[in-house]
Design a binder for this molecule. Structure first.
Ligand code: PLP
Length: 417
C-alpha cells in the first residue's frame, strides 16, 4: 500500500484533535508532536481539564463528611461520576463501582480482599502468558503466601490465546481465571465472553483486566457476565490517580475490606470496627475527588464521540499501520492480524535496539515507547528483551502512520541498513 492511500474517515479526527490542547504543541521548534503512546497513557481533552479546573475553582471540599454547600456539591459530583462509570460499563448499580488509584490497585484489591479470603493451599488460578505485570505480580504474591498454583493460557503462534489448552487447564478446577481483555503489546483482543463462560462452568471466579479495552471499545459487564473488571481513567482521556474496580454485588459484599481507615467504616470502637456498605467499604481515606470528576468528564466525552466509532477508527488505523509497517524491510510486528487486534503495533527492527529506534523517532517528534511494556514474560516467550511500540487512539491519523514509517526509514539510514 502506498502513502495515504487509506483515508480514515470514521470520525471527524480534525475536530477531535482540536479538543486536545497538547496535540497543538511542537516538541521542538518546527517539529509537531505525533503522539503514538496512548497505550501507556492517553491525552486529555479540554472538557476533562476544564471539569477538574472548575471543581478546584468552585466546589473543592472533602466529600461525605460535611454539611456545607461545598461539601454537598463535591459529594454530589463525586457520586455522579460513579453513576457515569456504572452506566458506561453497563453495571447494574453504582454501588458496584469502587474507585481505586488505577487498574493495578483494582487487581491488588481483588487479590488481597477476595483472594486472601477465598483461595486456599493447593488452589489453582489461571492467568495468561500475555498479562501485564499488574495482573501477574499480585497473584505471585498471593500464591507464595497461600501456596497456590498458577497456570497460564499459552499464546498461540498467531498471537491469540490457545483456547484448547485453556479447556485442558480448566480440568484443574481453578478458583480464579484472571486475564486481559486486550494485550498492551500484541494488541490481541481476547474472546472474553467465551473465556468467562467456560470459567464459570468450571466454578471459577473471573477477573477481566480492562485497562486496554474499556478505553477503546464498548465493554458491558452484564453481557460479558464477568465477576470483576479493572481499568484506569488515564488511558481513557481521564486523569491519572483514579481507576475502577467493578465487582459482582454478592462477591463484593462477602469480601473483607482492603484498606482500613476513614469512610470505609460504619462504626469504630477502640477494639473493633464495623465495615461500611458498598461501595464505601473499599474506599478508605479521602479519595481522588477531582480525578473522579475528571473521569466522569472523560466518559461524557468518549460517549459523545461514540465508543463504536472509536473502535471502528482504531480498526482502520491499525489495519493501515500493519500494511505500511510490513513495507519496511526487517520490521517484525508481533501479534495477530488487524481484525483480532486493537490499535497497538509492537515491533522489532533486527540489529537496532528499540531504545535507539524510539530515540530516532523522537527526533522527528514521534512519541513511541520502547521496552518490555510491563509484559516481560511475553517478551521472554518470544526470546527478545524489548520491542518498540506505537499505539493509536481516537485522535491519531493515517498521516501520522506515514510519518512513523518515514521515521523507520530514517532509522535504517542512520544504522546504514
Ligand atoms: N493492564 C494492562 C493490559 C495495561 O496495559 C496496563 C498499563 O499499561 C495496566 C494493566 C496497568 O495500568 P495502571 O498502570 O494504570 O495501573
Amino acid at each position: 500500500m502506498t502513502q495515504s492511500s487509506v483515508d480514515v474517515r470514521s470520525l471527524d479526527v480534525t475536530r477531535i484533535r482540536s479538543d486536545f490542547p497538547i496535540l497543538r504543541r511542537e516538541v521542538r521548534p518546527g517539529i509537531p508532536l505525533i503522539y503514538l503512546d496512548s497505550t501507556a497513557t492517553s491525552q486529555k481533552p479540554e472538557a476533562v481539564i476544564r471539569a477538574m479546573d472548575e471543581f478546584y475553582r468552585q466546589s473543592n471540599a472533602n466529600i461525605h463528611r460535611g454539611i456545607h454547600v461545598l461539601a454537598e456539591e463535591s459529594t454530589a459530583a463525586y457520586e455522579l461520576a460513579r453513576e457515569k462509570v456504572a452506566q458506561f460499563i453497563g453495571a447494574p448499580a453504582a454501588r458496584q463501582i469502587i474507585f481505586t488509584r488505577n487498574t493495578t490497585e483494582a487487581i491488588n484489591l481483588v487479590a488481597y480482599a477476595w483472594g486472601r479470603a477465598n483461595l486456599t493451599a493447593g488452589g489453582v488460578g489461571i492467568l495468561t502468558e500475555m498479562e501485564h505485570h499488574s495482573n501477574l505480580v499480585p497473584w505471585h504474591i498471593l500464591a507464595a503466601e497461600k501456596n497456590l498454583r498458577l497456570e497460564f493460557i499459552p499464546v498461540a503462534p498467531d498471537g491469540m490465546l490457545d483456547l484448547d489448552e485453556y479447556r485442558r487447564l480448566l480440568d484443574h478446577q481453578p478458583k480464579l481465571v484472571s486475564f486481559t481483555h486486550m494485550s498492551n503489546v500484541l494488541g490481541t483482543i481476547t474472546p472474553a465472553a467465551e473465556i468467562i463462560r467456560l470459567a464459570h462452568e468450571a466454578g471459577a471466579v473471573t477477573l477481566l483486566d480492562g485497562a486496554q479495552s474499556v478505553p477503546h471499545f464498548p465493554v458491558n459487564v452484564q453481557s460479558l457476565d464477568v465477576d470483576f473488571l479493572a481499568f484506569s481513567a488515564h488511558k481513557m482521556c481521564g486523569p491519572t490517580g483514579i481507576g475502577v474496580l467493578y465487582g459482582r454485588k454478592s462477591l463484593l459484599e462477602a469480601m473483607p475490606p482492603f484498606l482500613g481507615g476513614g469512610d470505609m467504616i460504619k462504626r469504630v470502637h477502640l477494639r473493633s470496627f464495623a465495615a461500611n456498605d458498598l461501595p464505601h467499604k473499599f474506599e478508605a481515606g479521602t479519595p481522588a475527588i477531582a480525578e473522579a470528576i475528571g473521569l466522569g468528564a472523560a466518559i461524557d466525552y468518549l460517549t459523545s464521540v461514540g465508543m463504536d466509532a472509536i473502535a471502528a477508527h482504531e480498526q482502520e488505523i491499525i489495519a493501515y499501520a500493519l500494511e505500511r509497517l510490513e513495507e519496511v524491510p526487517g520490521v517484525k510486528v508481533f501479534g495477530p492480524s488487524a481484525e483480532h487486534k486493537g490499535g497497538v503495533a509492537a515491533f522489532t527492527f533486527p540489529g537496532v535496539h528499540p531504545h535507539d529506534v524510539s530515540q530516532i523517532l523522537d527526533q522527528a517528534g514521534i512519541a513511541v515507547r520502547a521496552g518490555h511494556h510491563c509484559a516481560q514474560p511475553l517478551h521472554e516467550k518470544y526470546g527478545i528483551p524489548a520491542t518498540t511500540r506505537a499505539s493509536f487512539y481516537l485522535y491519531n491519523t493515517s498521516e501520522e502512520v506515514d510519518k512513523l514509517v518515514e521515521g523507520l526509514y530514517k532509522v535504517k539510514e542512520v544504522f546504514g541498513m
